[in-house]
Structures are given as structure tokens and as C-alpha cells.
Design a protein. Structure first.
Lengths: 363, 363
């Protein structure tokens, strides 16, 4: 598709980007390693100062007894659910229909762990207490993803979370948090990571979303849960001789960006408001509750991509490198605010959205 | 144990080491990245120039249609066996009793893939053609590990390999190579990697053994096999957004050391001969067939560790950082020749083994 190529090409030439922290290139790792003493020893199969110190730091930050560093969230979360299922001797869990495990993992949970997921809520909204109460099957664990990424990063109100947590504890259902973007929601909730995590039995956090590291994830929970996780990590092939490239970069960018989440959140609200001023454009959520949102535009994909490429070529501001059709006449893309947004001169950003508004009506 | 602590402490102070390529520290990665352009883009979930180029390079080197880079060999090999089992609809494989999958992976093959292994041969020797022919159960796949690491890196004769390969092809049994140390055996066989791999349907090679990279592995085979492997890699949680820290270091050290395997092999033979001249000391194999061997010493562990520590303190040559008892009166350790060996002045090395011989009789 010529338009798609043109969009990708035009995006690559832009000087500014509304999403992310800049290019995902080798320099990211070089920056993370720049101040690290080369003489420092590698971690060795899950042991050693580098991995143990970082695990302890994250356990403390997230308010749990223990933590284990994983190469990926995919691995961490399947393992968390497997442990809860084995412990309860129930091979069923419940999660949202757009849960990462359901749509991005080639059915690893089913194919490797033979766990059956019950899908809660419909695809357009987050899970409510009623969804959980009305479940008529026995489950070992409920997984909540905060924010629900595939619907623009929506969140339940904090009171709902507390009510779901209370209900699960009462019923003996383990509650697991897909907190890939946990740090990003703390400003909206006005809570510490520890306060949010206290509602859950196990929590996973990613280091390459808002934190912007190279890869890797942490899983936290009680001491026995983490002990079991390490055994499953080895079974999955995740107990690498050296995970330090990911650990060092996770730590470096955590230090750099954990304190900037409130800024990203404010900027997301500002930018969403600008999009919502444009004709035929709306964001989900209308008022972001984290650093992310989806932009929906009522235009056919080929026309939209042509228009976007023109905007990039004129203003130098890249709004997105792709679009996804939701119908023949509408598309969306995801915005995720990081360090790059603040680098865009405000008048250039406004010009870019002005062009989107103006050109849209011309098509 | 005071002796153990003393051994580890004394080993850390040594200026020379008979095994390895030097310290496993952060500098290894820094060295690998030093000449890499920071502007080069990361691989993204298995796509992109860095990963695709390296996979193609390894497929060519190993003489197979296609290749996929894995974070670990544990993951690569379980997946290879799973694919062959699924394809043949037989949930059984055969391998050596000291196979990595049997003793180092917390039973991942059984717990995740529900594959039953049949153990071939006894623990002291490698698998022969007779072991395979006499199998009275139907298996999907036979795994051979070359060299057989846990018994000092022993190898079958090349004719035996060819005969096993022919037999498996005739019987429709898939043949998988645990070639974690494949490069290390090529000088003994006098074959290219491609020639050895041609005997197998699928091959795994590690990048942090003789190659000395940070971590990571390659799995090669036919196009459909590799296509399936990528799906399972995602299921296992190994399809990371960025594997480049491992890929770049694998490539860097492959270029640096693939051509040095003959040197390591000659040095292993030289060093084994020196050990075998010592009283109460013998190596397995007596004549190494790769860069590795085991050193067996007829002494109780606590006495041996005391003696070794004394040798390190006197000569500055570290022979091993650990010993493992095989009985109340004997122990062994593994030697794996890398770049470090050539740095030891010959007279210092000889003095060190002279002391081992002399002091052994004094205990």
C-alpha cells in the first residue's frame, strides 16, 4: 500500500513525535551503561548483586515481600496465573477480552499451561464489580489490567478497585495486576504504587512502557509465590545466565522517569483536548487517566494516511506511524506520552492539529 | 564451610585462570557495543535488520533453511522437541540421562509440554547406535548433545553419528542436536558446522559457552519448523521487544572466537596431559575432543579445596572456583579452555601443576 509506505516514510523524517521517549535504538542501552562500572559482575542465573539488589528495590517500591526480574511480562504473567491455579487446584482464570494474554501471546496460557480464561465485560469498557459478582464459574484468579491498554487506557474508579479486591479476598479469588503501565496511572489515582499493589496478591510491571527501558519486567508477591515463580522462570527458559542488560537499563530509566509520570499525565490531558477540538476527531478516554489515549478519526484509512503524511511533511510533527481501521470510514491510533512530547514547540504542535482539522474537512 | 570460602576467595585473587575468557562482567557487553552505531534501530518483537541479518547469517553458517534467535537454549530446545512431538503426534523423545533438559530445567519439558523422555545409555558414556536401535518405544525425536558436557565433553566417533542419523531418517525419527558447544567440537571432527548439522533436522547453538557472549542461542532447521518455533517463542515469553543486547554480543564474540576453536582444542589436550602427569589426578576424557574436560582428583573435598587454595595463593593460577565430590575420597571439576589459558606463562602453569602433584602426596 503506497499510502502506508508514505506514512511510515514521512513519520521517519519528522523532527518531533507526540509519543514515546525517542528512537528505540542501541543508544538507549549505551546511555544506560555509560555510568556503570565495567568491572561490576554479571548476574548469574538469577543470583548476584545486580539482580538481587534490583529485585529488593522493586519489592520495596511495590510494597510486596519479594520480587523476581523476568525477561518479559508474557512470561511473568502466565507464570503468576499458573501458580495461583495450581495452588487452588482450579484451572480457570478471568480477565478482560482484550487482555494481553488473550490477544498477543499466541495462546501461551492455554497451550503451555492448559488454563481456561473466562472473559469478563465487553470489549468497550473495563471490568466492574458486577462482572465479577455475576461470574457463575469458579476461578482461581482474576486479572485486572490497569489501565486497560487496548481501549485507550481506561481505568475503573479507585473505589471500584477496592470493592473488587475486597470481594475477591472474601471469596478466596486471587487478584493479579497486569500493571505493565502501573506507574503511569498513579497520578490519576493519587496513590503510591504500594497503595495500589496492596489491593492485589501479585503484580507485574513492565520496564519498557512509560519507563522506556530496553525490555524486562518485574513480578512481585509473597515470598512463597516468588519462590515458585523462579522455578517456573527456569522452566520457561527465562532464567538467563545474564539478564543485566535489561536490569541495568530498567533501573537507569526507572530512576530517570518514575518521577515524570505526573507530567506525562498532564500532557496527555492537554494533547487529548487539542485532538478533541478537531472536527471528526475524538479521543478514548475523552479525558485521559494516564499518559495514554486512543485517537479516533472518521476517515477511511487510505485518505487518513495521506493526510497524516502531508501534515508530517509540512510541520515536522509525527502523530503516529500507523493507523488501524475500525470500519471503512474510521480509524484509530494510540498515543503514549513520554519525553518526546515536551520537545515539541507549542505553536508547531498547534499548527499540526490545525492542519488535521482543516484538511480533514477537505477530504 | 571455611575451605569452600577460602577456595572461592583465593580463586578471586588469582591473576591467571585455566578456563574461560575472563570475568563475566559488564565490560563484556560494553566491549561488544563499543563499535556499534548508536543510531542503529532495535529489533522489535523478532523483526528488524539486527535480528534478521544475524538469523540469516547463522542459518547459512549452520547450513539450514532458516534460524530464530532465542534468549536461552532452554527455551529453544523445549520448543524444538515440542514441534517434533506435535508433528508426529507422539509425546515421547529420547536423550541422555545427563541431558540439560533432564537435570537443569526444573522439568520444563514435562511440566510445560507434557513430553516424556526416554533415557538412553548410562550416565558414564555417550549414546551409541545400539542404544537407539534397541529402543522399544516409539519416539518423535532423538536429542544428541555434542559434546556430552556432564561427562567431561565426550563425543561419539563421527561414523557413529552418521549411522545414528541414517537410522533415524530411515525410521522417521527426528534428530535434534544440542550443539550448545557445536563450534568447540569441529576441530576434532575435522568437519564444518554445516557438515555436522546436515546430519540433524534441528540444531541449537549457544553463544555464551566457547563463543563467550552475554547470553542467547540460535535454533535452526527447515522453514516450517522455524515458523512454528517463532510462535512457540512468543508463547514462552521469549519474543522480547528487544533482543539486541544478546544478538550484538553474540555476533561480536562469534566473529572474535569462532576461528579460535582449534587453538582451544589443542590447548585442552596440552593441559589435560599436564593434569594426567600428576599423581591421583586423571581427566575425562583422557584426551579431550573439544575445549573441555573434567579433572578427577582422589582426595576428600575439604582437603582438596585447602590444597587448591594454597596453590592459587602461591602461583596466582586459578584452576577452578569449585569442586564437586564424587565420593568421600574423590572430587572433580570442569575445565573449559578459552582466551584466558593462553595468557598464563608456561612456567607458572607448570609450577602450579607441579605443586598439585607434590602437595597431593603430602595430604
Amino acid at each position: 500500500m503506497a499510502e502506508k509506505n508514505r506514512l511510515v516514510h514521512a513519520f521517519k523524517q519528522t523532527s518531533y513525535r507526540i509519543s514515546g521517549h525517542g528512537e528505540r535504538n542501541i543508544q538507549v542501552l549505551k546511555d544506560a551503561l555509560a555510568d556503570v562500572d565495567g568491572e561490576q559482575s554479571s548476574d548469574i542465573y538469577g543470583k548476584g548483586k545486580i539482580i538481587e539488589d534490583f529485585q529488593e528495590k522493586m519489592a520495596t517500591y511495590l510494597g510486596k515481600e519479594d520480587a523476581v526480574f523476568f525477561p518479559s511480562g508474557t512470561m511473568a504473567q502466565q507464570i503468576a496465573l499458573r501458580i495461583w491455579c495450581d495452588q487452588q487446584d482450579i484451572k480457570k482464570v478471568a480477565y478482560h477480552p482484550l487482555c494481553h494474554l488473550e490477544i498477543h501471546e499466541e495462546d501461551g496460557l492455554k497451550e503451555l499451561h492448559h488454563i481456561e480464561p473466562i472473559l469478563l465485560a465487553d470489549k468497550t469498557r473495563v471490568i466492574t464489580l458486577d462482572d465479577v459478582v455475576e461470574l457463575d464459574e469458579e476461578i482461581a484468579c482474576l486479572l485486572l489490567e490497569l489501565p486497560q491498554r487496548e481501549i485507550g487506557g481506561q481505568l475503573p474508579e479507585y473505589e471500584t478497585l477496592v470493592a473488587i479486591s475486597d470481594y475477591c479476598r472474601e471469596k478466596g479469588i486471587k487478584l493479579h495486576l497486569d500493571g505493565a503501565r502501573l506507574l503511569e496511572i498513579l497520578p490519576y489515582y493519587g496513590k503510591t504504587a504500594e497503595e495500589v499493589c496492596a489491593l492485589f496478591d501479585s503484580v507485574y510491571v513492565s520496564f519498557y512502557k512509560g519507563v522506556g527501558g530496553v525490555a524486562g519486567a518485574i513480578l512481585v508477591g509473597g515470598r512463597d509465590f516468588i519462590k515458585g515463580s523462579k522455578i517456573w522462570k527456569r522452566r520457561h527458559g527465562g532464567d538467563l545466565i545474564s539478564l543485566y542488560p535489561y536490569i541495568l537499563s530498567a533501573d537507569h530509566f526507572f530512576e530517570k522517569r518514575a518521577g515524570k509520570m505526573a507530567q506525562y499525565y498532564e500532557e496527555a490531558k492537554e494533547l487529548a483536548a487539542l485532538f478533541n477540538e478537531c472536527n471528526a476527531v475524538s479521543t478514548t478516554p475523552e479525558h485521559p487517566v494516564s499518559n495514554m489515549f486512543h485517537v479516533h478519526i472518521d476517515m477511511p484509512q487510505n485518505k487518513l494516511e495521506e493526510l497524516l503524511a502531508e501534515i508530517y511533511e509540512t510541520t515536522g510533527v509525527g502523530l503516529t506511524s500507523y493507523t488501524r481501521p475500525t470500519s471503512d470510514t474510521s480509524c484509530y491510533f494510540e498515543v503514549s506520552i513520554g519525553d518526546s512530547y515536551a520537545e515539541i514547540p507549542k505553536e508547531v504542535l498547534r499548527q499540526s492539529l490545525h492542519l488535521l482539522n482543516k484538511k480533514q474537512s477537505g477530504y
